[in-house]
Design a protein around this ligand. Structure first.
Ligand code: HEM
Ligand SMILES: *[C@@H]1O[C@H](CO)[C@@H](O)[C@H](O)[C@H]1NC(C)=O
Ligand SMILES: *[C@@H]1O[C@H](CO)[C@@H](O)[C@H](O)[C@H]1NC(C)=O
Length: 334
């Protein structure tokens, strides 16, 4: 009898433990999910504070929008969307050549310092960056979309980790595999590259190989439209200033629109990596699906699909729950 009781209570305890394990696993899984309005209780002004900071920055300088969008991509591709790109260390991500020319840090820091006085220790730098990129797109006449939040800030930033960033001169196989390694589909890769480059500029620094020495024989990228090539060459002449800038989406650098799709398809992409998109059948089909063809889609569907791709990009290797930290200053770990 006693033995039986012991046995049942042992069984009960065993089941209880099992339940606890299952429950805590469930909780852990829940923690890994970002959610819409994560700060609605803890800091209701979080999103509007970011929006105001971005709006002020863009009003002062229209090119701020593109800088913020690029910054969030470069954050997500190294150590996940954890604000690691914001850390200032002597041998950190920011020193990597692939991160040359990044900007917008001051906008994130401004939003952060305002949020630290409104709700100290609550809103992560990683979330501020994801929200700022969203606001930058919206303020460039792009789609408005919701961004799930709840990211935690990473504590690691290293120059060598940034080696997996796509390089402007990578062949298409390398580009697609770098995106695949981050769980990005070919469709999202095209949407993110083309959508990302519908606003903003590049420094001539990234152009010489494509314009003057494509295969090492003083030639140009044969994919370049012969009508477009002289225009590009005149913007970035040989021996010219590598810091001169030119629009990525020729003639519509401040507006989120779908011009870039046609430009890429007719050999008028500015960046070599955008030009490479037509070298892959699947990528090319994605581009074509938005311009002409029998099932013509609209600019708004390009925008909506880009927004969905941005939300998925914002999920790359995020830290949540008790991982990472909420930084006090975005450029330094606590
Ligand atoms: C194949 C992948 C990609 C490559 C090789 C690439 C490369 C580049 C390069 C070389 C520049 C010029 C940077 C400068 O001179 O300041 C640039 C600018 C830019 N990129 Fe990308 N990019 C890629 C994907 C993306 C993605 C996925 C996004 C965002 C969704 C994005 C957003 C931007 C923006 C907004 C700019 C303009 C920055 C400015 O005006 O300051 N790029 N990109
Ligand atoms: C052109 O490319 C070749 C091979 O990559 C290199 O050896 C050469 O120095 C380059 N020329 C210039 C002018 O950059
Ligand atoms: C390429 O297409 C765009 C529109 O998508 C057009 O504005 C541009 O003039 C075209 N360029 C050439 C060289 O055909």
């Amino acid at each position: 009898m006693l033995c039986f009781r012991l046995h049942t209570s042992a069984l009960l305890i065993f089941h209880l433990i099992l339940l606890l394990i299952v429950a805590s696993n469930g909780q852990q899984q829940q923690q890994q999910q970002l959610q819409l309005g994560f700060y609605s209780q803890s800091c209701p002004v979080a999103e509007v504070t970011v929006r105001v900071a971005v709006k002020q920055a863009v009003e002062a300088d229209k090119s701020a929008a593109a800088r913020l969008l690029r910054l969030s991509f470069h954050d997500c591709f190294v150590e996940g969307c954890d604000g690691s790109i914001l850390l200032e260390t002597s041998d950190g991500e920011r020193q990597a050549p692939g991160n040359a020319g990044l900007g917008g840090f001051n906008v994130i820091e401004t939003a952060k310092s305002r949020l630290e006085s409104l709700c100290p220790g609550v809103v992560s730098c990683a979330d501020i960056l994801a929200l700022a990129a969203r606001d930058a797109v919206a303020l460039s006449n792009g789609p408005n979309y919701d961004v799930p939040t709840g990211r935690r800030d990473g504590r690691v930033s290293s120059r060598s980790l940034a080696n997996n960033l796509p390089d402007v001169n990578d062949p298409i196989e390398v580009l697609t595999s770098k995106f695949r390694a981050k769980g990005v589909s070919i469709k999202d890769f095209v949407l993110l590259s083309a959508g990302g480059h519908t606003i903003g500029t590049t420094a001539c620094f990234f152009m010489p190989k494509r314009l003057y020495n494509f295969t090492g024989r003083s030639d140009s990228d044969p994919a370049l439209n012969p009508q477009f090539l002289p225009q590009l060459k005149s913007k970035c002449p040989p021996g010219g200033n590598v810091n001169d800038r030119l629009a990525l989406d020729w003639s519509s650098e401040f507006a989120f629109d779908d011009h870039i799709l046609g430009n890429i398809l007719n050999g008028s992409a500015v960046l070599a990596s955008d030009a490479r998109l037509v070298d892959d059948r699947g990528a090319r089909q994605v581009l074509e699906s938005y311009v002409g063809g029998s099932e013509k889609k609209t600019t708004s569907s390009f925008g909506a699909d880009f927004a969905e791709a941005m939300v998925r990009m914002g999920n790359i290797e995020v830290k949540t729950g008790s991982q990472g930290e909420i930084r006090k200053i975005c450029s330094k770990v606590n």
